[in-house]
Design a protein around this ligand. Sequence first.
Ligand code: GDP
Ligand code: IMO
Ligand code: MG
Length: 428
Amino acid sequence: MAVDILIGLQWGDEGKGKIVDVLAPTYDIVARFQGGPNAGHTLEFEGTKHVLHQIPSGIFHPHIKNIIGNGVVLDPIVFRTEMQKLTDRGVDAAKNLFISKKASLILPSHRILDRVSEEALGSGKIGSTLKGIGPTYQDKIGRVGLRVGDILADDFQERYNKLVERHRKTVEFYGQQLELGEQEQAFFDAVNYLKSLNLVDSEYMINEALKNGKRILAEGAQGSLLDIDFGTYPFVTSSTTLVAGACTGLGVAPRHIGEVYGIFKAYCTRVGSGPFPTELLDEVGEEIRQAGREFGSTTGRPRRCGWVDLPSLKYSIMLNGVTQLNMMKADVLTEFDTIHICTHYKLPSGEITDKVPHSLEEGSVKPIYTELPGWKVDLNQIDSVEELPEAFKNYLVFVEEHLQVPITIVSVGPDRKSTLKRDAMNVA
Ligand code: GDP
Ligand code: IMO
Ligand code: MG
């Protein structure tokens, strides 16, 4: 058996939570491999909306084991609140949740470091979610971080104090004081709660499951264009958001990777700072934002909106080895007479390319668009791909032919049920 992986191909918020939940019934295990509470994955079913931050999106299916892998940075306080919400909704999450002892711990001081670092960057700020992600990964790579397994050690408090002292000095370097207040007590309470859960060597759990023929789905967080190496650096997150991250973030050998689902919106969004070639700063962008309810699931910030960008999708497909595409939120574009699709970039030299250059800095590439007629039909009311309007099918096939990967899922609404499966493979 292999591990299938679902990856966002844009700047996050493509609808990963929804599709993991849709695909989950055919899997035995769903595992998160990177990121942390910066993620906000939304699932909607039976009239209720759920937003998950650190807990994998298979949690609503009682037969599925959900793993928080070693590559994740876990905030115990946020985690405890998430678990409480699930309990309030009648979900017994503790039974089906397994947390890697090697996952990194986000301390309250990491969140403060995130804030002071952003303040110091001023207008060059990353637009971080301020959840402490960057500082926690810095400590991991700097080999001074704390991990979930450490909470079981007798000297955990001492190790915690030592790390907080480092953080205190850094905060002072920025000319501020580290004031933890009630957060410290909340952290230790949450750590105690964490001790009552299944803390495991998840690399063994996953590899044994693979050996026993179990089906595993790895759930990406963020998106490929936020990847630490290949994203729009420095306006990225601090983890490997690509398929490669699933190998290191779960302990799965590359030869065990199976299907790679690449998920993208029929348009494009981004939260936080950084380049966005197809961004629409006009009323069209605002219309997409309103129609798509494009406000952050984690921070509530308005998402920047623009047309779909095929060069960046090709880039993400290449980096991830995508085998199937999922097109999300086409229903949002219903009102438009014309749909724009960016097929190429024009570089400052005048060269036309479909490759993503080293830097996408604001204004360095100009998108070149093809325009196709809109469909003007509410896709949310449609139950099968056959019933899709011709104009939409033309759009779908145009995108598919450019990307050379079959689009096997078309999502036409936030609900679990608004999902059309598609066998047709128009790709040569
Ligand atoms: P994720 O971070 O990739 O899981 O995505 P988010 O949950 O942050 O953002 C996706 C948003 O779009 C959520 O509010 C979903 O409920 C919603 N959504 C997902 N698929 C569709 C769709 O096909 N149509 C519409 N209109 N909304 C969708
Ligand atoms: P999901 O999993 C969209 C963005 C932030 C910021 C940058 C760095 O829901 O798709 P960080 O807090 O990671 O240091 O922020 O990355 N970002 C996301 N944008 N969706 C996400 O997750 C994101 N996680 C981080 O807005 O620009
Ligand atoms: Mg999200």
